[in-house]
Design a protein around this ligand. Structure first.
Ligand code: PEP
Ligand code: MN
Length: 339
């Protein structure tokens, strides 16, 4: 529901009306950038009587909206959101940012080494998994807190903001304290309890990966959950979906960037590594993503992929990352972006 107030409405009466509406369990958001004061109501507005609001002295207009994505959609928020991760902006007209690093943090020294190498190659953020969602319980599960400590060290040394995957609500405080961008993996995209807690318990930016069997609409709704619960800082991350095709680990649809941008104001980054499943396809997929005007890339990089403890076959070496960034700059320029 959207309520437009009269130009000469008494601010105290407006506040009183809005406070009253909030007692119905809805959230009220001010919509900025208009000549009138306009407010958006989200949540279950079915118990609210439009006629009673319309009759209020301060109110000029009341419109019910059928918009599914009330908060992440463009209707109430037409301009692009730019989300800052540490001091790095993602989205809008910002540079195309590159998040790079190993799938898993294997020990502190490998992380520090790879962090320096990817920074040298042009990456602006460092990734590294400490809590790993592995298909087999016998596979390497990540270093946990020790891995998070290594990330903090790598940030101190390189100055790069750090990104890591959170799997459970019991670690939100640890991530709030130590991680700059909280990754929610494909397998947890629809973990609604976790999404609600991320909204309530942290304002750190969240990178929401697409579930491998989820539609774009379901994915956007999960971002809506986080924002509705109180955290507006959400970045989408496409990592490919499961299809009948077996030549790649997942299927990466290049139209996803523009679909997300048409439907929402939030940034999107592309993860070509988990889509491809093989290092050979990471460069062409990255360049294609830049051409579609992605706001960023997240790429798995390792200096010894053959011996990586997870996702070695899809990890590129730092020198290939340098090549992607050099070629990417030209493509970005051709589509009106900086990289
Ligand atoms: C990852 O980024 O290492 C990862 C596990 O990704 P996804 O959730 O997309 O499989
Ligand atoms: Mn991985």
């Amino acid at each position: 529901m959207i309520i437009t107030m009269k130009r000469d409405a008494d601010p105290k009466k407006v506040r009183g009306l809005l406070d009253g509406l909030e007692t119905h369990g809805v959230k009220v958001f001010e919509i900025i950038g208009t000549t009138y004061s306009v407010y958006g109501l989200t949540g279950d507005t079915t118990g609210i009587d439009d006629e009673a609001i319309r009759a209020h002295k301060c109110v000029k207009k009341v419109v019910r909206i059928a918009e599914k994505y009330k908060l992440v959609g463009r209707l109430l928020h037409p301009e692009d959101s730019v989300i800052k991760v540490g001091d790095i902006p993602i989205g809008g007209d910002s540079k195309v940012q590159v998040i790079a690093g190993p799938c898993s943090i294997e020990n502190e020294s490998m992380l520090l080494r790879i962090a320096e190498q990817v920074k040298e190659a042009g990456a602006t953020l460092l990734r590294g998994g400490a809590y790993k969602p592995r298909t087999s319980p016998y596979a390497f599960q990540g270093l946990g807190t020790e891995g998070i400590r290594a990330l903090v060290k790598a940030r101190e040394v390189t100055g790069m903001p750090v990104v890591s995957e959170l799997m459970n609500t019991d670690k939100i405080d640890e991530f709030e304290e130590n991680v700059d961008l909280i990754q929610i993996g494909a397998r947890n995209m629809q973990n609604f309890g976790l999404l609600k807690d991320l909204g309530k318990r942290t304002t750190k930016p969240i990178m929401l990966k697409r579930g491998f069997s989820n539609t774009i609409e379901e994915w956007i709704m999960c971002a809506e959950y986080i924002v509705h619960s109180g955290n507006p800082n959400v970045i989408f991350c496409e990592r490919g979906i499961r299809t009948f095709e077996t030549q790649t680990r997942n299927t990466l649809d290049p139209s996803v960037v523009q679909i997300i941008k048409q439907k929402t104001h939030l940034p999107i980054v592309i993860d070509p590594s988990h889509a491809a499943g093989t290092y050979k396809l990471v460069e062409p997929s990255s360049l294609a993503a830049i051409a579609t005007k992605t706001d960023g890339l997240m790429i798995e990089a390792h200096d010894d992929p053959e011996n990586a403890l997870s996702d070695g076959p899809q990890c590129i070496k730092p020198e290939r990352l340098r090549s992607i960034i050099a070629k990417g700059k030209k493509i970005a320029e051709a589509v009106g972006r900086e990289m």
